[in-house]
Design a protein around this ligand. Structure first.
Ligand code: ATP
Ligand code: MG
Length: 383
């Protein structure tokens, strides 16, 4: 008998002729997250089977697989050569802590002489004999013992399906450049696009020495957490100091934020072109702060031509926080280091910027030179 992990995919099943492409990408991603383990990965009958790993590593491997986008669910199973006696023997050793159970037998191998229902009854008897305080409940059992008798001569026995992250394999839906602050929202935004198969790279603006080196380090640590899902992330760290100083010196401070954001977008578009990204991603959510009113978003959006994805646009902060906790970025995001958006902050930022006023303020800056300078400060970190 051998312990294996069965991995099932979800939405890829809906793909037609190019399904092979998605399956291949998913397999590569699985191999990548498990590259440090000695094990075997095979595609067996529309799913992946991980085997020949050290049994003490099972939990660790399961945790890694749960984060691979494209996988729908997995289960840890015992695999053995199909034989009635072997199945009943194994059932007779099962110890359950639950109060109710049922046995589900799937008999794909019609050479196996006993029908599914009858076999389930026989297996159930064995389990009842060995577990005194348990009963069968076919409608609402606490645990399901699944016995899968496959056509290839193997039987798999497992207890529970563990839900995985779902989505599509990273690397199958283009590349996005995520504006990654140190806050709660942007890591969640990146997570959602990676979930749809996008390769996500990060762009962080820092304003050293106005912002600290710890603030920069925090963003690198956030990217590392995200990389469990995003795989092969690259983080571009650019200096925004000069931009902020110039705006501060030359422009009406009430327009600080909108001016900054329009420059951030221009820089993001240029960097996207350089690295072959097809979209910009932000963590904006409608009406959350002054820079996220519809008027502000319109004014920032209008400086770029490429698509800007804002997956959190309709999210309440509490919804986002819940996901940030689930994906493990929350605790890092709430560390109290300043972001460049919080320095030089005006008392009364405009919430409904008029485009003519914005252009008037921008005329006081050499935007092109600022964008170029900013891009030249690019420091790339392979996460
Ligand atoms: P977050 O929690 O992601 O910081 P927020 O609610 O604090 O978002 P803002 O500070 O207005 O909102 O930022 C809106 C979006 O702009 C962020 O989600 C992020 O995508 C981008 N952004 C903000 N600051 C930076 C930065 N220093 N570097 C890169 N992108 C940034
Ligand atoms: Mg922020």
């Amino acid at each position: 008998m051998e312990k294996v992990i069965l991995c099932r995919y979800g939405e890829i099943h809906l793909k037609g002729a190019n399904r092979g492409y998605f399956e291949h990408a998913l397999l590569n991603n699985i191999k990548q997250v498990l590259k440090d383990y000695k094990l075997t990965i095979k595609r067996v009958a529309g799913r992946y089977e991980v085997s020949e790993f050290g049994e003490e590593q099972t939990e660790e491997i399961v945790q890694k697989l749960k984060k691979v986008f494209g996988l729908h669910s997995l289960s840890v199973a015992s695999k053995f050569k199909t034989c009635e006696e072997a199945i009943l023997n194994i059932c007779s050793t099962i110890k359950l802590s639950e109060k109710t159970f049922k046995v589900e037998v799937r008999r794909a191998d019609k050479r196996f002489p006993i029908k599914s229902m009858e076999m389930a009854g026989l297996c159930g008897e064995q389990i009842l004999n060995n577990n005194k305080n348990i009963r069968v409940d076919v409608h609402n059992p606490e645990v399901v013992v699944k016995i899968d008798i496959r056509e290839d001569g193997n039987t798999y026995l497992s207890f529970l399906d563990i839900l995985c992250a779902g989505g599509m394999p990273v690397g199958t839906a283009g590349k996005g450049l995520l504006l990654l602050s140190g806050g709660i929202d942007s890591p969640v935004a990146g997570y959602f696009l990676a979930k749809r198969g996008m390769t996500v790279h990060g762009l962080h603006f820092h304003s050293y020495p106005y912002t600290s080196l710890q603030a920069k380090d925090k963003v690198i640590r956030l990217a590392k957490i995200m990389n469990d899902y995003c795989l092969n992330m690259k983080l571009h760290i650019l200096s925004f100091t000069k931009v902020q100083e110039e705006i501060n010196k030359n422009c009406n401070r009430d327009y600080m934020i909108i001016l900054m954001r329009r420059i951030m977008m221009r820089v993001a578009e240029k960097l996207s072109q350089k690295i072959g990204a097809n979209a910009i991603i932000t963590g904006e959510s409608l009406a959350q702060v002054a820079s996220q009113t519809i008027e502000s978003i319109t004014a920032t959006n209008s400086v770029v031509k490429m698509p800007v994805f804002r997956p959190l646009i309709g999210f309440d902060k509490l919804d986002t926080i819940k996901i940030a906790k689930d994906i493990n970025t929350y605790e890092t995001s709430i560390e109290p280091y300043e972001d460049c958006c919080t320095i030089f902050l005006p008392k009364n930022p405009v919430t409904r910027p008029q485009i003519e006023k914005v252009l008037e303020e921008e005329a006081k800056l050499d935007i092109e030179a600022l964008v170029k300078d900013c891009l030249e400060s690019d420091e790339v970190i392979n996460i």
